[in-house]
Design a protein around this ligand. Structure first.
Ligand SMILES: C[S@@+](CC[C@H](N)C(=O)[O-])C[C@H]1O[C@@H](n2cnc3c(N)ncnc32)[C@H](O)[C@@H]1O
Length: 275
């Protein structure tokens, strides 16, 4: 399936998760990037599947020097948000410029990445197939471009207090993440391992760090929205869970509203150094 067939991600949902994403991303992976970028006159950073531009807003202010961001998405409306809301300056006050491109990022080649200083993505990898991740790794390694690929789901969630249906819903959700969508088998929770394997096989140095969301009473809106999506996806994969899921959703949403629920949604971040 091409990107044209991808589900639409609402600006409201991306906005709701932006702060949790910002808190979760693994800052240790930025340490090897700073000296690499500091030596360049005007680094070009390509953010794949940028949505409303959350990755750029998080990263540009944490990196030194002038930066030029090229933001890609299949959704032109999200790109309008990204362009309009990008930071103007880097960590040291130097200018940040931005352009946007509507395109399916799964076809990017080493030639497309020529002269690119860094490829980034956030919450994208788990939407790709093993061949698409392999193609991305080939493009980055072929161009000698490092890749920072953040916030891929890894298939583990912890809800406190526990409920007898947690494990069944989690397993069904993971099955949904690994579904075949328009003839494409999505990687879902296998994305970080697949990317680490692909980049390592092609000779890149790979670092992986955890990047969990830690949701508590202060994030009740995000928690409720995530819970609804998590349960709906589980039921889509396992329709036999539809009936028990009604009571489960009621219990979990009530606990979230009352401030009595904590959720850890585990993700992984990956840095591939390809020089
Ligand atoms: C879960 S959202 C993450 C958005 C953003 N990176 C963030 O962290 O907020 C995934 C984004 O990837 C885009 N996307 C998914 N598959 C794509 C593809 N093959 N080519 C281009 N964009 C894609 C979607 O339109 C969506 O904006």
């Amino acid at each position: 399936m091409s990107a044209a067939g991808s589900p639409r991600y609402s600006p409201a949902w991306l906005g709701l998760r932006e702060e949790a994403d910002a808190q979760a991303r693994a800052t240790r992976l930025l340490d090897p990037l700073r000296p690499h970028l500091a030596g360049l006159a005007r680094p070009v950073i390509r953010d794949l599947g940028c949505g409303t531009g959350s990755m750029g807003r998080w990263l540009a202010g944490r990196l030194p020097g002038p930066q030029h961001w090229v933001m890609y998405d299949s959704d032109p409306e999200l790109l309008d948000h990204a362009r309009a809301n990008m930071l103007d300056t880097a960590a040291d006050g130097t200018p940040v410029t931005v352009e946007t491109r509507v395109r399916d990022v799964t076809g990017l080649t080493a030639a497309d990445l020529a002269g690119t200083s860094l490829v980034t993505a956030s919450a994208l990898l788990d939407l790709l197939t093993v061949d698409e991740v392999d193609g991305l790794a080939r493009a980055c390694v072929g161009a000698g471009t490092p890749a920072l690929l953040t916030l891929s789901v890894v298939g583990r969630v912890e809800l406190t207090p526990a409920d007898p249906l947690d494990a069944g819903i989690a397993a069904a959700f993971n099955a949904h993440q690994r579904r075949v969508d328009g003839g494409r088998r999505l990687l879902g929770p296998d994305a970080v391992d697949a990317a680490a394997e692909a980049f390592t096989r092609l000779g890149a140095d790979v670092l992986v760090d955890p990047s969990p969301w830690r949701l508590g009473p202060d994030q009740a809106d995000l928690m409720a929205s995530w819970l609804r999506g998590w349960i709906d996806a589980a039921v889509a994969a396992r329709p036999d869970l539809a009936e028990p899921a009604i009571g489960y959703a009621r219990r979990r949403l009530a606990a979230a509203r009352a401030g009595g629920l904590r959720i850890v949604v585990h993700h992984g971040d990956l840095l591939a150094q390809c020089e």
